[in-house]
Design a protein around this ligand. Sequence first.
Ligand code: PMP
Length: 389
Amino acid sequence: MTKQDFLAKAYRRTVSNALGDAAKRIGDPDLINLSIGDPDFITPQEIIDSAFKCATEGHTNYTKPNGDPELIDAIAVFLREEYRSDVKPSEIMVTVGACHAMYVALCAILDEGDEVLVPDPYFTPYKDQVTMARGVFVSVPTDISTGFQLDFETLENLVTSKTKAILVNSPNNPTGAVYGRDVLEKLGEFALKHDLIVLSDEVYEALSYGQKHVSVLEIPTLRDRSIVFGSFSKSYAMTGWRIGYAVAPDYVISTMVQINESICFSAPSVSQRAALSALHKRNIVQPKLVHAFEERMNYGYQRIRSIQGLDVIAPKGGIYLFADIRKSNLGSALFAQRLADEKKVLVLPGNVFGAYGEGYIRIAVTVGLDRLAIAFDRIEEFIQKEAEM
Ligand code: PMP
């Protein structure tokens, strides 16, 4: 019996993991890390102070399994103010980040073999989450030529009698695409026609540039067939507090709550108080954060467009630029590896985001403009040297 035999068969293979490989390089002081989407900002001080006060006042126990009632009410108010959507407290569950919400939601809706359509490139955990929840992951190609938008003809061709849901993400990680109201309305018609559930990952909702984010909650056809995921991670620089939430029909929420009672029961109480404070102070703390990301995204976009041989779509949201490196004739993995080795700029190869991410690199704008400028100088030098060879 080897040590490997103690593991479940599904995990016995040794797989190369680009995220793990990237993490090993962190610590080199000359390295500019644009790989993992964890912003350099720390949580606004007023949120930290408020959470600290709540902890000393006794908010240190389990909360109700669906979440702190005050936070649930505040999320409902937020959704009403932001999207004019009337969401009842029974339609909200607070979770340990949006990833947790998504997994529990998938467990609640999928039977063995149910298919989930996912636009590709996609946020890496989606695939394992669908598989772990007994589902079958179905990649839906998207392409830079259409701005990585949904193509309904492609979707029609991929629907089968087993399709149960479609999982969308706008603003998108990794592509930076944003779905407008027209696309979401078409998605509503598509979901209705095929009787699908729409899982909508909206964790970058606050980070929308130039136009206001449109939530699936605003689309009447989707209102009773969607599960929306929100998060405090990126919108308030609170990744480590681990608070997110799901909005869904009440019978879905009560099933998710029931499943989660056997997983982690409730989200952390102090973090939930921090999230409550974040919502109360939203108009004070958020604009600065959004502005900083918008400035970085626009800067990165201009720099990429000015480098011959690279291309990228105009950033409409999120914190990632998905640069097309196909003209370099290096694959994504080799490009990212050599950029890290030779120029000390760490980005993620596009193929970790699915087959349709091959030929791209993902640049997370998680450092200030001064460091970004150095990173893009290095990228430019790298490309120029390659072109000369
Ligand atoms: N969805 C997307 C698209 C993300 O990029 C991330 C974080 N990188 C998450 C979900 C996870 O959010 P949370 O920290 O709330 O689990």
